[in-house]
Design a protein around this ligand. Structure first.
Ligand code: NAI
Ligand code: MG
Length: 365
């Protein structure tokens, strides 16, 4: 059997810096755990524009459709701010998400013990926290028609439309239930069924999918505004949360910040299962290209490292290997090793991007 395939797209700014550390970890898994990947590397974002005049070349797009998983760094930077919208670096990323039809965006909020003090919430509220927000990513109010700014009599009116079909709701619900089965068998679905028809349909369809296929998973429903309150009050009551594109955008950012820095946050975007049963998948840190620190060796590679851990778990069914990597990160943090973004005390010297990579590899060994 051939090795599973990985397409690496480091991108711009700190993307290549953090990805370099992940490449070392991928090599480690090949050498020490017999977990070999067929790795190819390509351009996305500004660097692709510089070379091809487009932020995502058709050949790269075709490759992304074929591989078992795509791992992306970050795109964008001030150099490209003046470019036409159609060739902006972010368009490369949007095209990947759209053409791969990645409808389920997974954003974990996980508290590493050593960073419990770093949270803006009390330590016992966040210690041990491990929840997963599943955000619908390809429909809803960001895509619904009609949309635009129109003239109505003497004034302008801005319109966006929240629109969900039954099948769009059902497929993301299935992603959440499947995930819950790999975790703690608990899903909370969030919408505003009290004031939105699309929310009523959302609740109905999630309930139907549950009744028909996932009776073994515990399902609850919550209005999204109450959910936001509960997330800050006692986040540990949740395991998997499934919600629409707009609420998911807000709730995943909120949940992420319960636990600390942007430099720590991984994500996965999953689509329909391919012929080999693996979902179409793109893994990437939540952060951007961080032009303010790019090229200085200051970036925290952990978000990108944890994105690879998610790939191990959700694309390659290597949950135990994912845990090995997450434990190594936890152990490094427990030793007080910190990149600059994780320091809120004076007098501690931060490590560089590659030193953080060294420390994680040493821990893996
Ligand atoms: P950003 O996430 O790049 O940076 C925000 C702040 O967090 C900066 O101060 C940065 O130094 C810090 N930061 C981010 N990642 C870090 C890491 N790994 N280690 C240490 N510090 C880190 O967001 P910003 O500044 O709004 O955008 C910069 C560029 O990135 C823009 O061109 C934007 O369009 C692009 N961007 C790309 C994304 C992507 O590729 N998925 C997502 C967000 C922004
Ligand atoms: Mg957001």
């Amino acid at each position: 059997m051939s090795n599973p395939s990985l397409l690496i797209l480091p991108g711009d700014g700190i993307g290549p810096e953090v990805m370099a550390q992940v490449m070392r970890i991928i090599d480690w898994y090949g050498a020490k755990r017999g977990l070999k990947f067929d790795v190819s590397e390509d351009l996305v974002g500004g660097c692709a524009y510089d070379k091809h005049g487009t932020p995502l070349h058709d050949d790269t797009m075709a490759k992304a459709q074929e591989v078992d998983a795509v791992l992306l760094g970050a795109v964008g930077g001030p150099k490209y701010d003046k470019l036409d919208f159609s060739v902006k670096p972010e368009r490369g990323l949007l095209r990947l998400r759209k053409e791969m039809d990645l409808y389920a965006n997974l954003r974990p909020a996980q508290c590493f013990d050593a960073l419990a003090d770093f949270s803006s919430l009390k330590k016992d509220v966040v210690a041990g926290l491990d929840i997963m927000i599943v955000r619908e990513l390809t429909s809803g109010v960001y895509f619904g028609e009609p949309r635009g700014i129109f003239k109505e009599g003497n004034e302008r009116v801005g319109i966006n439309t929240q629109r969900y079909t039954e099948s769009e709701i059902a497929r993301v619900a299935r992603s959440a239930f499947e995930l819950a089965r790999k975790r703690n068998n608990k899903v909370c679905s969030m919408e505003k069924a009290n004031v939105m028809e699309s929310g009523i349909l959302w609740r109905d369809v999630v309930t139907e999918v549950h009744e028909a296929e996932y009776k073994d998973v515990e399902l609850s429903h919550m209005y999204a505004d109450a959910g936001a309150m509960q997330l800050t009050r006692w986040p540990k009551q949740f395991d998997v949360i499934v919600t629409d594109n707009l609420f998911g955008d807000l709730l995943s950012d909120l949940a992420a910040m319960l636990t600390g820095s942007l430099g720590m946050l991984p994500s996965a975007s999953l689509g329909a299962p391919m012929e080999n049963g693996r979902p179409k998948a793109l893994y990437e840190p939540v952060h951007g290209s961080a032009p303010d620190i790019a090229g200085q060796g200051k970036a925290n590679p952990i978000a990108c490292v944890l994105s690879f851990a998610m790939a191990l778990r959700y694309s390659f069914d290597k949950g135990a290997e994912a845990e090995r990597l997450e434990s190594a990160v936890n152990a490094v943090l427990a030793k007080g090793i910190r990149t600059a973004d994780l320091l809120n005390a004076e007098g501690v010297t931060p490590v560089s991007t590659s030193q953080m990579g060294d420390a994680i590899l040493a821990e893996l060994d």
